[in-house]
Design a protein around this ligand. Sequence first.
Ligand code: NAP
Length: 340
Amino acid sequence: MDGDLINSTWKLLRRPVGMLQQGDLELVHEPVQPPAEGEVLVRTLYLSLDPTNRLWMSDTEQYLEPVGLGAPMRGVTLGIVEQSQAEKFPVGTLVIPHEGAWSRYQTLSATKIARLHLNADLPLSAYMSVIGPPGLTAYSGIVFVGEAQPGMTVTISAAAGAVGSVAGQIAKSRGCRVIGIAGGPEKCRWLVDELGFDAAIDYKSCNVAEELRRLCPDGIDLHFENVGGSILDAAIGNMRIGGCIALCGLISSYNSSGAVVGPSEFQLVLMRRIAIRGFLVMDFFKRAREAYAELEKLVLAGKLKWKDHIIDGLQNAPDAMNLLFSGRNEGKLMVKVSEV
Ligand SMILES: NC(=O)c1ccc[n+]([C@@H]2O[C@H](COP(=O)([O-])OP(=O)(O)OC[C@H]3O[C@@H](n4cnc5c(N)ncnc54)[C@H](OP(=O)(O)O)[C@@H]3O)[C@@H](O)[C@H]2O)c1
């Protein structure tokens, strides 16, 4: 029966230069490998598209091994067990592979997947966004790294994105004053009118440093950085003495090759005794239960809103990924690979 099942997998053909181009990846069709004893065949339902995917395609120093040339592209996925040779995971179980791929099927050891505990009141896609890795990232940066306290002034770049929008709402739920930085009036309006941010700065039409100075006259207590470059400069220039920068991402440089110019205001890190702490979501997997419990509670109470941007079809994954770098994604970007 397995002979008829054909897999589709995006494999990395060459290291991209700049934005992902046609020909950097190739969609390969091969027969699926049937599961052996202790294995399952997982059919992908959702594939998360994340800025870090672009880093994995490069061979710059990073936190995981770069994806090898000719290898399946790595990605966070959510899937359903289609065939099982593992008692713990019967057919129909929803699972998250420890290492997913840009693939329609994966044959995996039962030791390399985790069961998804679904709350029937929530859409499946939420487990890829607000109560999935982006939510945990946002929570970790605001709560575990930034230790947000009531009354703090918190600023967030890429604030209308999957991580930023959740980070801002968590900070609000903890009594902070929150200012988002995002591209365009629509995103800024969403942050203030629908998510309850105190203010939003459109970095495409404003001088961010001046706006931060006006909105944070006593300085920023906690800055959640997703972008880097001139936005990070503007934040550093407006930090209060002893403030903290939770360094989550540097998306403005992920498409660059070679040296990236560092912060021009770096001396202020010394003068103002600013703590900058880079963090990765995987550092906080051990605290995920605590974070997801609070995120789910906020979501179910209607106090945490989010947007999922769902693209249909695995074949569209490479084109869709570029939306992250042009800002044309509206919330958490993911591909619906197949129906439940
Ligand atoms: N540390 C971790 O473990 C971890 C985990 C997940 C994500 N991250 C990081 O978090 C950040 C956000 O990721 P996400 O998944 O939530 O993506 P996202 O924010 O939903 O999408 C990316 C957004 O970044 C903004 N952007 C892209 N290029 C930019 C540029 N050159 N200058 C300014 N803004 C730019 C765009 O928003 P605008 O329209 O507002 O420009 C775009 O919509 C990324 O840096 C990512 O690497 C880190």
